[in-house]
Design a protein around this ligand. Sequence first.
Ligand SMILES: [Zn+2]
Length: 343
Amino acid sequence: MSVRDVTGLPHVVISVDFERRWGVHHRLGCDFDAYREHLENVEPVVRALLDMFAARHIRATWAAVGALACKDWSEYFARAPRSPNYRNPSLAISPRYAELDPDGRLHFAPDLLRLVHRTSGQELGTHTFSHVLMREPGVTADDVKADLDAVARLWRERFGAAPTSLVFPRNQIGFLPVVRSCGIRTWRGNEIGWYHDCNENATNRLLPRALRLLDALNPFVRHASTRDGDMTRGSVFLRTNLPPAAWALHRARIRNELDALRPGQVYHIWWHDHNLGAHMHQRLARVEQVLDMIAKKNARGLVVSSGMRDLLEQPVSGHRVRPDVTMRAAGGNAARSRRPTEG
Ligand SMILES: [Zn+2]
């Protein structure tokens, strides 16, 4: 780990929402053929990403669904709290998934989590135990607490410590006092713009999705931001699935933003494990292009590669952050979609 003084330098944060089928089950339901290639290739994708990160000294936060650390369905059902009483029942985890994926290869990845944990510079954060969608009607504070307690218990047993970084499933931010009381010290906020903050089943419609895509392709968009309390705002969802011309625009946007970073700013890039599962080699090569840009700047001392937890050690607006104080202050219907999922 570097010992250079990084005070004031811009930070480039990477978070990977590691979720396998838990993150898309509400779209796929009991159709286990849909999106299968993406999900089956999660293992080689994660291994390749870890190799790329390690080779470039890039730090990242893996916001993992807690259930991934279970070895099978019997362990999952023994540990998982009762599902929230969602008004839309299709959002709940169905017991039928266990019959349709009996060996759990689309749902569990304990070995991969151990590998993440062992790899230098990688932080094991969380994405809740069962991908709980916190802004959907029917979810209660008790549901959130039980879910995050289940992750903390499992992480302590398997990895020696409870997670302190959270990415909200589908970026549905809610129940912050409860989340903080469960030991979460930092979480990822949404990109700037109303259309990045309407991820509920009822509001995630065509217009906001189209506006998000336009943002991704606009080389003049600037979504780096300073840290805000315990929130680090997402800056860009990495879209490796774009056609070549659109990818060139997307990459140009990222390069321009990296070039324009100012001291104290955080540029936060994120994606999901399964986004890279189809056309895997092409998509991994695109990730590599972005990582190379970051690694070059990191090596020249222009930016600092960071995980979410690393930011807690950095000053904000000239003041030293005291996480202990911050913490106590607050009490698809596209079932067959081949597109990346956002959330
Ligand atoms: Zn998710």
